[in-house]
Design a protein around this ligand. Structure first.
Ligand code: FEO
Length: 171
């Protein structure tokens, strides 16, 4: 059985994951409209990943006999001046999500809820990967600067990204 405190905190995290999904969908649509289909693809896969994160938490609450509460999702930005600006915003956002996950992990420990703590361990590792992906892409976009050919090639590279559902989704 989940304590009310832990259940409320996971429900807040579900909302944060869905907001992240909404943010990356908005970025995907923006870059699609700007004629950068590869970057759009990268963000739309990110959108799917965030939906998966929310679903993992929803499944977990139900597995533990709790109640999922879906709350309103706040509006997200709709335009960015460049891919570099969008990826910098992504990194900044993911660093905030990492802090939320760490706070949730600390709460689970304080409440002696070791099952929740173990489930959160997957998210702790996932955040390392998310932040690392952003750093790598920010470096690449800085390197190409205003070079149109470089941007074209990086757009092609990001167009090759495919979505892989995490195994934990079916647990
Ligand atoms: Fe669900 Fe990007 O963290």
């Amino acid at each position: 059985m989940l304590s009310n405190k832990v259940q409320d905190a996971i429900n807040a995290q579900i909302n944060a994951e869905l907001w992240s999904a909404y943010l990356y969908l908005s970025m995907g649509l923006h870059f699609e409209a700007e004629g950068m289909p590869g970057i759009a693809n990268w963000f739309k896969i990110q959108f799917q990943e965030e939906q998966a994160h929310a679903t993992i938490f929803m499944n977990y609450i139900n597995q533990r006999g709790g109640r999922v509460e879906l709350k309103a999702i706040d509006a997200v930005p709709t335009a960015w001046n460049s891919p570099l600006e969008a990826f910098k915003a992504t990194l900044e956002h993911e660093q905030k999500v990492t802090a939320l996950i760490n706070n949730l992990y600390a709460l689970a420990e304080a409440e002696n809820d070791y099952a929740t703590r173990d489930r959160l361990a997957w998210f702790v590792s996932e955040q390392v990967e998310e932040e690392d992906n952003c750093h790598t892409l920010i470096d690449k976009f800085k390197l190409i600067g205003d070079n149109g050919m470089g941007l074209y090639m990086l757009d092609q590279e990001l167009g090759a990204r495919v979505y892989n559902a995490p195994a934990i989704l079916s647990e």
